[in-house]
Design a protein around this ligand. Structure first.
Ligand SMILES: [Zn+2]
Ligand SMILES: [Zn+2]
Ligand SMILES: [Zn+2]
Length: 164
């Protein structure tokens, strides 16, 4: 099982998350023979600004502060599409918002724990869950193409029962 669940919710040096995400993005792009253009990189950085999922509209709104110029929404959406395709980010359906993937380039099960109080989302993955979903959908004669599992509740930081 792989997880960024604890680090996402505890006080931490988030710049390290950002640096690591950028390094992984460069590796993934090199492996896929794709280019991390300035706009793609800036959109990725913006999404990684926090562990809270960010909607497309907010990305369009917040980009000028980083780039110093207004970028047309279609260009922003294309950058988002690119990042989704390379699985550097994921879309959280219930929020219609995007979150950086802490482990791109690896097979994983896209399970998101979304905190109903602070809005953070942390990703966890379990191999046996992938297998279970694949088997169950196959039995139903369904051709699985993508999956996202969301659970809602209280994160470590928001749960009053968390020992501090
Ligand atoms: Zn972080
Ligand atoms: Zn992921
Ligand atoms: Zn929370």
């Amino acid at each position: 099982m792989i997880s960024n669940a604890r680090s996402a919710y505890q006080v931490h040096d988030h710049q390290r998350c950002i640096d690591a995400a950028l390094n992984r993005a460069r590796q993934c792009c090199a492996a896929a023979n794709a280019r991390l253009t300035p706009i793609r990189e800036t959109v990725l950085l913006l999404i990684w600004k926090s562990h809270k999922p960010l909607g497309a509209y907010s990305i369009v709104e917040q980009l000028p502060a980083l780039t110093g110029k207004r970028i047309q929404p279609p260009s922003v959406y294309r950058a988002i599409e690119f990042l989704l395709e390379l699985r550097l980010i994921h879309r959280i359906p219930s929020l219609n918002a995007f979150i950086g993937c802490p482990f791109p380039g690896s097979e994983h099960s896209d399970v998101f724990m979304v905190c109903r109080q602070c809005g953070s989302a942390a990703e966890v993955s379990a191999d046996n869950l992938n297998q279970l979903i694949a088997e169950t959908t196959h039995k139903a004669g369904f051709q699985l193409e993508s999956q996202t599992v969301e659970v809602s509740g209280l994160c470590l930081a928001c749960n009053p029962e968390t020992p501090h």
